[in-house]
Write a protein that binds this ligand. Structure first.
Ligand code: NI
Length: 178
């Protein structure tokens, strides 16, 4: 197991769509374990493979994301391979959404209230389930990553431009300091 480096916006590969996984081999299983460890290390509730530089359609999320008390004690992940949203229902504002790849920024994002997800589990078995509340947001946010979409792509162009400007300025300053 190893903690992997999380790529940060404006890293180009974060904006590229990921490819479908054909075979769930040992390398993929290792990647999934590492993604879980990396996610918990950075206190995230979800992580997509492109965030660690692997543009393949894999995501992991905290199995206890909806239960803050259990979250503290039990570090357990669920992995989804080739996940797809096959149905949606309603909409709501996901407040203060953030991302481990988008440094120091949070925003309200319009999301579907409920989604139906189809995917393969780690054993390659086809699964399907409905997600609502925080789990619904995690599904939409992480599957977006697999399509090269970040949550800042879903906010107003003006807000996005302001964030981009701030981030580039910070990066420039970091480079000057080192
Ligand atoms: Ni994210």
């Amino acid at each position: 197991m190893a903690i992997r480096n999380i790529l940060k916006y404006p890293e180009k590969s974060l904006s590229q769509p990921s490819v479908t996984v054909d075979v769930i081999d040992d390398e993929i299983k290792q990647l999934i374990q590492d993604m879980g460890e990396t996610m918990f290390d950075d206190a995230g509730v979800g992580l997509a493979a492109p965030q660690v530089g692997i543009n393949q359609r894999i995501l992991v999320y905290d199995a206890h994301a909806t239960d803050p008390e259990a979250r503290e004690d039990i570090k357990e992940i669920i992995a989804l391979i080739n996940p797809e949203i096959i149905a949606t229902q309603g909409s709501f504002i996901s407040e203060d959404e953030g991302c481990l790849s988008v440094v120091e920024y949070r925003a309200n994002v319009k999301r579907y209230e409920k989604v139906t997800v189809k995917a393969l589990d780690m054993d390659g078995k086809q699964i399907q389930f409905e997600a609502e509340g925080i789990l619904s947001v995690i599904m939409q946010h992480e599957i977006d990553h697999l399509d090269g979409v970040l949550f800042i792509d879903r906010i107003s162009p003006l807000k996005r431009a302001m964030y981009k400007k701030k981030r580039l300025k910070e990066l420039k300053k970091e480079n000057e300091d080192t």
